[in-house]
Design a binder for this molecule. Structure first.
Ligand SMILES: [Zn+2]
Length: 210
């Protein structure tokens, strides 16, 4: 029979129960408020999907995301904690911050893709350091002697970025982590080229004025 008790304990732990910091009663890890005393709970280590109470999948329902963010944001609104103690106000502020971070990560496809890879990847993959497309864009940028040619490089880089995000999402949907990693490192490279283009363009514009 001791086995059964042990099993129950295990299930209790596995369901991720935590304890209210104030009244010490069990609360779900996802709970914002204690069901017993109603006190705001500290930020706990849960994933962004759980934090927003949405289904954990790569292709999310954007309307649902907005709706959940608004609803939870209202529950955590600063004015609701004005008459509370410093501890509760502090937890509420941290919860708002965590909620905003989760929302901003999931809202944007590229950030969501990065996050998805991070939580799903079974083993860290070495990313290739040489990337033909990025190298080519860099070469083009080196040759760009006027703002117009910079704009052309920027346009190509922008297209590559857009395409990269599509390929990334495809790879993530298929659980192809190696491909996702490769694509992500290409995206990083293209993003850095884009910021170099902006710099070069403003340098060239300044030179033209002198
Ligand atoms: Zn409590």
């Amino acid at each position: 029979m001791s086995n059964v008790v042990g099993m129950n304990d295990f299930i209790g732990l596995a369901s991720g129960n935590s304890y209210c910091w104030l009244c010490q009663k069990p609360v779900s890890t996802r709970a914002l408020f204690c069901p017993v005393c109603g006190t705001i709970q500290p930020v706990r280590d849960i994933d962004h999907f759980a934090r927003l109470g949405i289904e954990c999948r790569l292709d999310i329902d954007m309307d649902n995301l907005e709706k959940q963010y608004t609803t939870l944001g209202c529950m955590l609104a600063e004015e609701r904690f004005l008459i509370r103690g410093i501890g509760e106000r502090g937890h509420a502020a941290k919860q708002r911050e965590a909620l905003k971070d989760a929302y901003e990560t999931l809202r944007e496809p590229l950030r969501r893709g990065r996050y998805w890879l991070q939580i799903n990847e079974k083993e860290a993959e070495e990313t290739a350091d040489s990337n033909p497309l990025v190298a080519e864009l860099r070469r083009e940028l080196l040759d760009a002697a006027d703002p117009l040619r910079c704009d052309r490089v920027a346009q190509r880089a922008g297209q590559a970025l857009e395409q990269g995000v599509m390929i990334l999402m495809q790879a993530l949907r298929g659980g192809n982590w190696a491909e996702a990693n490769k694509t992500l490192s290409q995206i990083d490279g293209v993003e850095s080229v884009l910021s170099e283009v902006r710099e070069r363009r403003s340098d060239l514009t300044m030179q033209a004025r002198e």
